[in-house]
Write a protein of this length. Structure first.
Length: 352
């Protein structure tokens, strides 16, 4: 189907509504970030990441940088999945060489100390960023570019809240889920409600689709995956659909494996991000007919460039041909990615 066929909606939104379009629309996870010299120039102007994410003029500029450079079909809000715990009143700082650091929440008192009432006010600068991006897209002749808002899914966000930062296996979080199931469920519910408020604010400000990143879903057993990933995502999607029935939701349960199809069916997401470790053809076989696939090029192939990138890109395109799909990575761009390799990728997908 040609890009000119069908209704006049933006290309990404047509696909998220279930239309098969070829070549597929494309954008890349973490497309705004440290691999771009223009990003590093903006980042140097502020003291830390939180200052950048809560300064609308700068966050909007960073959001638009890859769209200007590569003419992506979507801009994704520049922010971080840990803005929700920060808005809930949990301490958060980003330390060089260490990543995010938070005071760990390990008991009912820690959960009770969270401050849900402050979420809309503390995240108001993010909503202003969304409004700014929508205005700037129009002003710069990029009106066909969709704007994606996002949040971390509750389980992945809770991982950082419980551990106090990153981890190889999030053992403390998984142990808390087993030993203190009521406390852990309460934490997930608080984060879920805050996430609905956060995504609703983004949609009200102009986000045309939203994405839930569940980067650590794959550390769970099937039963725990259903309890903590599917349950919370289903609740968020149901409420967003009630409030904004025309706004599509993309889920990304990274490393879900064979549970990917169940995730799509149970949660009601419009599209699902397929991670690098999942065979795209297998993912197709697991999906219900209405599901839109997004993915799943290995970010390291993008670093490699050249013939390796061409081959891996062809594999992904061949697996998704004929279906409603969005070309993307299987995880985020890494900082050492040469910008010229992204240009190579964009050219190949556009010529598919």
């Amino acid at each position: 189907m040609s890009e000119s066929s069908g209704h006049a909606a933006k290309l990404l939104l047509r696909v998220l509504a279930g239309e098969a379009v070829w070549p597929p629309p494309m954008w890349l996870m973490r497309q705004a970030g440290r691999y771009l010299p223009e990003y590093r120039a903006v980042r140097a102007r502020v003291k830390d990441f939180i200052a950048l994410a809560t300064t609308p003029a700068l966050a909007a500029e960073v959001t638009l940088q890859p769209v200007r450079r590569y003419r992506m079909d979507a801009a994704i809000l520049f922010s971080d999945i840990l803005m929700v715990p920060w808005a809930l009143g949990q301490g958060l700082e980003f330390r060089a060489g260490e990543g995010p650091v938070l005071p760990p929440i390990r008991d009912a008192a820690g959960v009770a100390a969270l401050q849900p009432g402050g979420v809309p006010e503390r995240l108001a600068p993010v909503f202003e960023t969304v409004r700014s991006v929508r205005r700037m897209l129009q002003a710069e002749g990029l009106g066909e570019t969709s704007l994606i808002g996002f949040a971390g899914a509750p389980f992945t966000v809770a991982c950082y809240m419980v551990e106090g930062g990153g981890s190889r296996d999030f053992a403390a979080t998984r142990l808390m889920a087993f030993n203190e199931p009521k406390v852990f469920a309460r934490l997930l519910d608080v984060v879920s409600a805050a996430t609905v408020a956060y995504l609703s604010g983004q949609i009200d400000a102009g986000a045309e689709a939203v994405m839930l990143f569940d980067s650590w879903a794959g550390v769970l057993s099937p039963g725990q995956f259903r309890a903590h990933v599917i349950r919370t995502t289903q609740a968020i999607v149901t409420e967003l659909n009630r409030r904004y029935p025309a706004v599509p939701v993309i889920g990304f349960p990274r490393l879900a494996g064979m549970l990917l199809g169940e995730y799509v069916r149970a949660t009601g997401v419009n599209a699902v991000g397929v991670d690098t470790g999942m065979d795209a053809a297998l993912a197709r076989s697991l999906m219900p007919p209405h599901a839109v696939l997004q993915g799943n090029l290995d970010p390291m192939a993008l670093v490699a460039g050249g013939a390796a990138l061409r081959q891996e890109t062809s594999v992904v395109l061949d697996a998704m041909r004929g279906l409603p799909c969005v070309f993307n990575l299987g995880h985020g761009i890494v900082p050492q990615t040469p910008p010229a390799h992204v240009a190579q990728l964009v050219a190949q997908v556009r010529a598919a």
